[in-house]
Design a protein around this ligand. Sequence first.
Ligand code: NAP
Length: 252
Amino acid sequence: MTQPFPATLIITGASRGIGAAVALLAGRHGWRVAVNYARDEVAAGSVVAAIREAGGTAEAIQGDVSREADILALFRAAEDRLGPLGGLVNNAGITGGFARIDELGAEPLARVLALNVAGTILCAREAVRRLSTRHGGTGGAIVNVSSLASRTGGAGEWVHYAATKGAIDTFTIGLAREIAAEGVRVNAVAPGLIETDLHATNGAPDRAERMAPGIPMQRAGTPEEVAEGVLWLLSPAASYTTGTILEIGGGR
Ligand code: NAP
């Protein structure tokens, strides 16, 4: 699955969790890795240091992916510092917190939509402008990070968040077909319950442990297990795979 030639991979939200695991694995597979982060410069710096220690190439690039100006700056900085783009992993995502629909605030909803949906779509636009043969590019791959919540619906926890992931699934299928003849493959991974800071950030640090008995494999997944799927979808081994949503959920 090693990259056949050096190319830059932008991973949004790569300072921790799934994004960091994808960054570390991508570095080992020969990608030049742009480790995007929003706030945690120290955490992003340690992901970059780990990639470099393993012999890879990486740069930390700050940018709030819910803001178009930051997205434009992120793509420019990644290419200036690492060279031509070859791939994008649209990973940055938030839940907006636990809330039934009757408790949902417009402000957290707007933030979730801006990052999970608009941010993903605008990052994909910037990638297509560089990768598509229609724009003089040489092709590449985009992987969107969806969620099993797009199928289960998130009832009682966060239907608003699940709905943003439903949007990502639809976007993945449509964009894949739109640019399939332009050398760019577009796929998604839909992780199930994964052990990251996301649960503690939402005030439920024991959520993975609590929900594990309801998962056929009886455990939460790891960020590294999701990263394996992402790297396969990015690689030439997945050369005939586009518009696919790969579920990584322990049988859920
Ligand atoms: P996480 O541990 O909470 O990490 C989130 C990452 O996103 C951090 O690197 C954070 O950077 C970054 N981020 C947050 N807001 C950002 C913004 N506005 N712009 C750029 N980066 C931003 O989350 P995770 O669990 O790894 O989740 C990653 C993705 O997987 C999300 O799309 C999530 O919906 C999806 N997912 C997660 C699970 C799960 O169980 N964990 C399941 C299914 C799907 P800073 O630290 O710098 O703020």
